[in-house]
Design a protein around this ligand. Structure first.
Ligand code: NAP
Length: 390
């Protein structure tokens, strides 16, 4: 049985509407050095393209005139749920965005990807599962399927951008996190034109985790695990979509210089301060903090995993104990600007910023200090935002 038949049996058959009219099949143009060199309108398969991050990547690619095939398990449902078209986008051809049925847990052999990749110039994989269900195991979805995709991309000379997560280098025990680490390792060994993108926590409208965090931020009482001391460089999901589109379209020689990209927002804060900053966007009064013992938090995390409720998991509990911020932040470099701020630091009540906080920042010129102006416009994007003078 050929790969197409296998895919059909597995529910992954690309239908007749699933071909790009007027676009030469990638199969007829093998060995291309980079997607951008291939065609005026390159085609990207965005796996998980209907998810939170995937929608932002899709929008960013469409804005740049690319065509996108959204890989999803439920294209019909996703089409119904899709938000109204973005009117800020230039009028895109009607076939600029299409959907394709793809179940990663069923596609563990590189041959399974031959047909789904036949008309693509590049692949972006932002599929992820928080919890296992039936055959959708962490190992299949985060490790073995990405390994098969990478091998198929290597065979066709396609660039593969794989979204992973920060914090995997720590001695974590969660199977969720270890499967992500195995997936990264498979990519490195694949020989493909691979890129691993590791973002910190995402903020934005519509994400499962982001929605929960914003909701908790509005509560008058913030339950906070005592051990959640790691600093999180939360970033805007729209920024990440743009950065990934830039990476997808980067010329091959430039892209080959750097294959692993850790991305985060401007400010890294412990969970307590992140919640306070999200709250301060809409609510002036600070929340009270309820510290939770670590053992209790860990038990809650396991319970959430068991009952499949909330985005909180054992893996997240492990991540909260360590810094979740890039050592070297590639986001400003890929964006060509400073990242969009996430949250607003509340006005300090007791102690104003000391003069030394400001004087040690690279942008703290005497003139700026004298003017007592907010020093947000730091010309060096690699520097964290300096404190604001109140
Ligand atoms: N959100 C964050 O804060 C954050 C932070 C760091 C890293 N990440 C990583 O970024 C990636 C995207 O995260 P997200 O927040 O956008 O998640 P999301 O909204 O849950 O999107 C993930 C998508 O994966 C698809 N999917 C799940 N299982 C699949 C399967 N078996 N076969 C095919 N598709 C499947 C789903 O699409 P369908 O339902 O349409 O099939 C879903 O839309 C994940 O790898 C995540 O670990 C996220």
């Amino acid at each position: 049985m050929g790969a197409l038949d296998q895919n059909h049996g597995a529910g992954n058959f690309p239908g007749p509407e699933d071909r790009i009219s007027g676009h030469a099949s990638a199969a007829s143009r093998p060995g291309r050095p980079s997607p951008s060199a291939a065609s005026a309108s390159p085609v990207f398969l965005v796996l998980g393209g209907a998810g939170f991050l995937g929608r932002h990547i899709t929008t960013a690619l469409l804005r740049r005139g690319c065509r996108v095939i959204v890989g999803s398990r439920h294209p019909e449902r996703r089409r119904r749920e899709a938000p109204p078209p973005d009117t800020s986008l230039p009028a895109a051809p009607p076939d600029a965005q299409r959907h394709r049925v793809l179940h990663l847990e069923r596609m563990l052999d590189p041959a399974d990807w031959r047909d789904p990749l036949a008309d693509c110039d590049g692949v972006i994989n932002c599929v992820g599962i928080l919890r296992q269900r039936g055959r959708e195991t962490y190992d299949r979805v985060h490790h073995r399927a990405p390994a098969a995709i990478a091998a198929a991309c290597a065979a066709r000379g396609l660039r593969l951008i794989h979204i992973s997560a920060l914090g995997l280098e720590h001695p974590v025990r969660s199977r969720f996190l270890r499967s992500k680490r195995d997936g990264e390792q498979a990519l490195r060994a694949s020989g493909a034109d691979w890129h691993i993108v590791r973002p910190s926590l995402l903020d934005g409208d519509g994400g499962f985790g982001a929605r929960w965090l914003r909701r908790v931020a509005r509560w008058p009482l913030h339950p906070l695990p005592r051990g959640a001391t790691g600093r999180i460089a939360a970033l805007d999901a729209g920024d990440l979509g743009e950065a990934i589109a830039t990476l997808a379209l980067m010329p091959a020689a430039e892209a080959a210089q750097r294959r692993e990209h850790d991305l985060g927002g401007d400010t890294a804060r412990p969970l307590a301060d992140l919640l306070a900053a999200l709250r301060a966007r809409t609510i002036a009064t600070p929340a009270r903090v309820l510290p939770l013992p670590d053992l209790f938090t860990r038990a809650i995390a396991h319970l959430c995993d068991l009952l499949h409720v909330t985005p909180f998991s054992f893996g997240h509990w492990e991540l909260l104990r360590y810094d979740n911020r890039p050592q070297e932040n590639r986001l400003p470099i890929l964006l060509g600007r400073r990242p969009t701020p996430v949250g607003v630091d509340p006005v300090p009540r007791r102690r104003p910023h000391r003069a030394t906080d400001i004087a040690t920042h690279p942008c703290a010129t005497a003139a700026a200090i004298d003017a007592r102006s907010p020093l947000r416009a730091c010309p060096d994007p690699s520097q964290p935002a300096p404190p604001i003078l109140y």
